[in-house]
Design a protein. Structure first.
Length: 196
């Protein structure tokens, strides 16, 4: 039986690329942004039973809501044999990509304002003026994840696709052969569809 695999890196760190790579490696069915985003309210309201029911239907996961706050701790407790993947990238590049993807607007998608308010304390409509706050919270959350898994060997992979990491690191972590295919670099410079 395949372990559950959760991509817990925040938006714009290569989450879609990770999802595509996991599907290519056979870790399917896969729950990506389209399906998982509907669970955003449940992740913030503590309705974990609703989330667990979705987890039961899939093998791998990325983006919302799996990258929200401390949900990874709840998931680890519920699924102790799961694997977790923290996608990261250069902080400035990450923030600039987030601004481009959202058109600098916290209401870029249906649950956008909720996400930016809860994750970054931004109750306004613009993102760029709050760069320092966003970057500090991004950095702090990544470190908290690393600290949480520090005494849980072979459970967390930290990977930076932008620096050239890809199949070698991912396949070694998941103990699967490296495919003879180019590593996917998906969702570059794409913007979300407006959802109301």
């Amino acid at each position: 039986m395949k372990p559950k695999i959760f991509g817990i890196g925040t938006h714009k760190t290569g989450t879609t690329s990770l999802g595509d790579a996991l599907k290519m490696l056979g870790f399917a069915p896969h729950c990506g942004w389209g399906q998982g985003n509907k669970l955003t309210p449940a992740s913030y309201n503590g309705n974990y039973e609703k989330i667990f029911k979705v987890v039961d239907k899939y093998v791998s996961f990325e983006d919302s809501p799996w990258c929200h706050g401390n949900l990874y701790k709840i998931l680890y407790k519920q699924f102790p044999t799961a694997k977790f993947i923290l996608t990261i990238r250069n902080e400035d590049d990450w923030f600039n990509s987030l601004v481009r993807w959202t058109n600098n607007n916290t209401g870029c998608c249906k649950w956008g304002k909720m996400y930016h308010n809860i994750e970054y304390g931004n109750k306004l409509s613009k993102i760029r003026p709050f760069k320092e706050n966003y970057v500090n919270i991004y950095r702090k959350r990544n470190q908290e994840i690393i600290d949480f898994f520090a005494d849980k060997p072979n459970t967390l992979l930290i990977i930076d696709f932008a620096s050239g990491e890809g199949w070698n690191e991912l396949c070694k972590f998941l103990n699967v052969p490296i495919p003879i295919r180019k590593f996917p670099h998906s969702n570059q410079n794409k913007k979300p569809k407006q959802r109301r």
